[in-house]
Ligand binder design. Sequence first.
Ligand code: ADP
Ligand code: MG
Length: 449
Amino acid sequence: MQFSDFGLENRLMKTVEHLGFTEPTEIQQQAIPAAMQGHDLIASSKTGSGKTLAFIIPALQRLTKNRALSKRDPRVVILTPTRELAKQVFSQLRLFTANTQFKAVLILGGENFNDQVKVLEKDPHFIVATPGRLADHLTQGHFYLNGLELLILDEADRMLDLGFAKELSQINKAADHRKRQTLLFSATLDHAQVNDFAQELLTKPKRIAIGGAFTEHKDINKRFYLADNLEHKEALLQHFLSHENYQQVIIFTATRSDTERLANILIKAELSAVALSGELNQSQRNQIMEGFSKGHQKILVTTDLASRGLDLVNVSLVINFDMPKHTEEFIHRIGRTGRAGSQGDAIAFVGPKDWLSFKNVEGLLEQTIHFDQVDGLKAKFKGLKPKKAKNQKTDTKVTKAVKTEKSKVKKSTRKTFHAAQDVGDMPILKRKKPLTAQQIENSDLDETE
Ligand code: ADP
Ligand code: MG
């Protein structure tokens, strides 16, 4: 299949050609025509498989073909969980709106509110935003959504994890009319929570799932190493940074404070590293991301702030210094490499504090994970064994959590996902309490948008 088979409007087609893309990816092949027919979508495919264009292209096609419902209201709103991802989506969108009559604006938390009011007064056609700030402007009447034609949620599940359900509902209700179309995209949409929410947001949605929910990403080579404690993890890190072949690396830590600490250790060891966390102000965040994407540093130490969506072509290695609090973030973190058909490596350190999270990831991936070892840096820690371990309380929690996660995966796979197949209207799943990581310590996350 070719892009030319979609019957896209001329200028849109030219931009696609200009980007050098001839063949749509699998998710694009399925999502673009379905969205062009006007369906609401719940669409998932692995990280790095081209989901952004799978929603940008049909959005532009619709705007070109249809008359606006209102002269003033935005026609398309695209929401993402982080400011960094919103910026990236915005820059892709700009490639398509340049030289057209369509105006696109970016509305982010952490930036000047009054400047944004002025921007909104210019009646843009597209708004790319983080949900908290956009909801603030909506509350204050700086724009209206009665004429909204498309509401697009990129990384929808993460926005719910971050607690944006209220803002998303508010935005949804403000654009409540029959012609409204809604598209949900992520690599991991197989949550009971997402299903509940989709019931509220979508009308007779089509579900498109390329591959199973958590099928193996063949372009990412995963390795796991046991670690005794922080010092041991640091020694392993130094080892890999001096022995692995990589262009750029992203290192994920559990907490904000660790990003800075770890980056300083690396800088002292004369490595080219920088820390990015939600603790920084927006202009620092912008500067760091810009520098890293231009290759000014080789190593970015960050938190789950950067786990979603970022498309940095030179990242060939991801290191999970700590395992993530939310199980799905593992899929997204390692998905910062191995993008658009390229190969990547992902390494994870698993210490006693990571054990629960590790077992959850193992359950999610539905495979038994074996540990690799580094000569001279072997761990004494061998994992927590539920029956024999001394600390019965922790073990019970671990076992229970793993069981819950496994049954969640099994149930949802059975009920909701069929590989590369549209299964029509969404099944109704009962709200199941997501496996929160209150059980995991150190939950100082970057939930700040
Ligand atoms: P996802 O959202 O699925 O993680 P992205 O939309 O960020 O993936 O796209 C990943 C990379 O693939 C980007 O660099 C993008 O430019 C590229 N890409 C998108 N569509 C195509 C295509 N049809 N052919 C080749 N590369 C593509
Ligand atoms: Mg994406």
